[in-house]
Design a protein around this ligand. Structure first.
Ligand code: AMP
Ligand code: MG
Length: 412
């Protein structure tokens, strides 16, 4: 039976990234770049005003004061997007808006709030009541980005800010890894849809919603299939359909129950087993197969176990498939407030659902409640998993644990 680390290693080795595609910026939020991206342009492309105000020659204002303001002749008005044919000479100014190209001869911009404008027989003038530093309120051509500069590295997921920079840098489309299409099958004669009233002995299908949501949360596309009864033919039929996806996930029927047909059906289809069962709690009977190169995860049916398995194994696998350099959640040290005790000599890694809160320089974690693998409510407030390594059978109250922070905001 592999340890969690060994199981993950086997899975990741079978998860080459999907072939990259070219995507317009509008379709690439959250996708990982397949190649480094360099700026195609200099930004800003021309020197321009950082304020609404007056372009001037700073030397004209050296002697300006509130008592003796300097009066300059206004050559004209320039809006953003316009280009001025005026050349500033001593004693002149140009009314200029934020983003408009600085006219030749200007070396500073005075904010409009610091000016008084008037008119006389010779035209418009502006008065300025204090000296100004040369270069102030001016954005120099290329001060933001240089053409050819590295902007975003391959393997990084694109964020809204990255897309803005790429657009400014003249890159309309990028080479990215596509979203993986992930077939999700839930199995079990006892399952009914959430909208149905379960009859005697039946329960609502939680996994289809939880697992599809987890798949979507890691940027992939879940493809839910009709629930499969514990029937060999029905299972075989749906499995064959599901193989059109990039990755197949099934929940339930993977254990040693009399009606657990998943293993037998996958192997009848010709899938090769990498492992079945991992030394962890909850969720031991996870299986991983490959049919040709297609990865198939057989996930246990207990909803908590199912979600943990997706978190622990499927998520990094999908991220690798989708080309992300960073596969794993952030890991932090914490104090486990409640402490914990397990079975001595158990030999399995234990995952606990916890609420982690920042405390001083570190974290404090509190169990979300009973931790049984069928206690779905233990997921409700969890924002982290505490990992208790195999061989540790006790953590004293307030003792140290490692946490995986599972809140989405932490990744990109
Ligand atoms: P299995 O892995 O099929 O043996 O199922 C283990 C336990 O999980 C049983 O109590 C099932 O009823 C339950 N279970 C299986 N699949 C689901 C599901 N999709 N939603 C909720 N509970 C499930
Ligand atoms: Mg079952």
């Amino acid at each position: 039976m592999p340890t969690p680390a060994e199981a993950l290693h086997l899975i990741l080795a079978a998860m080459p990234p999907l072939p990259p595609v070219s995507a317009p910026l509008a379709d690439s939020l959250g996708l990982a770049l397949a190649a480094d991206v360099y700026s195609a342009a200099t930004v800003p492309p021309f020197t321009n005003s950082a304020m609404d105000g007056y372009a001037v020659q700073a030397a004209d204002l050296d002697a300006a004061s509130a008592e003796r303001p300097v009066r300059l002749r206004v050559l004209g008005d320039l809006a953003a997007g316009g280009v001025s044919y005026h050349v500033l000479h001593p004693g002149s100014a140009l009314r200029i808006m934020t983003g408009a190209a600085l006219p030749e001869g200007a070396d500073a911009v005075v904010p409009v709030e610091d000016t008084t404008r008037g008119e006389d027989a010779d035209g418009d003038w502006v008065e300025l009541g204090r000296p100004i530093r040369r270069g102030i309120h001016i954005r120099l051509a290329g001060e933001d980005l240089q053409q050819g500069q590295l902007l975003v590295k391959a393997g990084q997921g694109l964020r809204p800010g990255d897309l803005g920079v790429l657009a400014a840098a003249g890159i309309p489309a990028v080479s990215v890894y596509p979203r993986a299409r992930v077939a999700v099958l839930t199995t079990g004669d006892e399952l009914v849809d959430v909208s149905e009233e379960p009859g005697p002995g039946r329960i609502r299908d939680a996994n289809i919603h939880a697992v599809c949501a987890q798949v979507r949360a890691c940027g992939a596309i879940p493809v839910p299939y009709a629930r499969v009864p514990d029937d060999r033919e029905a299972l075989m039929h749906t499995l064959k359909l599901a193989l059109e996806a990039d990755v197949v996930l099934t929940t339930g029927g993977i254990s040693v129950g009399d009606y657990d047909h998943m293993k037998a059906m996958l192997e009848e289809l010709g899938a090769r087993r990498a492992f079945w069962k991992v030394a962890q709690k909850p969720g031991g009977p996870l299986g991983f197969w490959r049919l040709g190169t297609k990865p198939i995860f057989g996930i246990p049916g207990n909803p908590v176990a199912a979600m943990l398995m997706v978190e622990e194994y499927v998520r990094p696998a999908l991220r690798k498939r989708m080309g992300f350099a960073k596969l794993h959640r952030p890991v932090v040290e914490a104090r486990l407030e409640d402490g914990w005790s397990g079975r001595v000599g158990d030999g399995r890694t234990t995952f606990l659902r916890v609420v982690a809160v920042k405390e001083g320089g570190g974290y404090c974690a509190r169990l979300t409640g009973p931790q049984g693998s069928a206690i779905l409510s233990s997921m409700l407030s969890a924002n982290a998993l505490a990992v208790i390594p195999a061989g540790v059978d006790q953590v004293a109250p307030g003792g140290p644990v490692l946490l995986r922070l599972t809140e989405e905001a932490e990744d990109h």
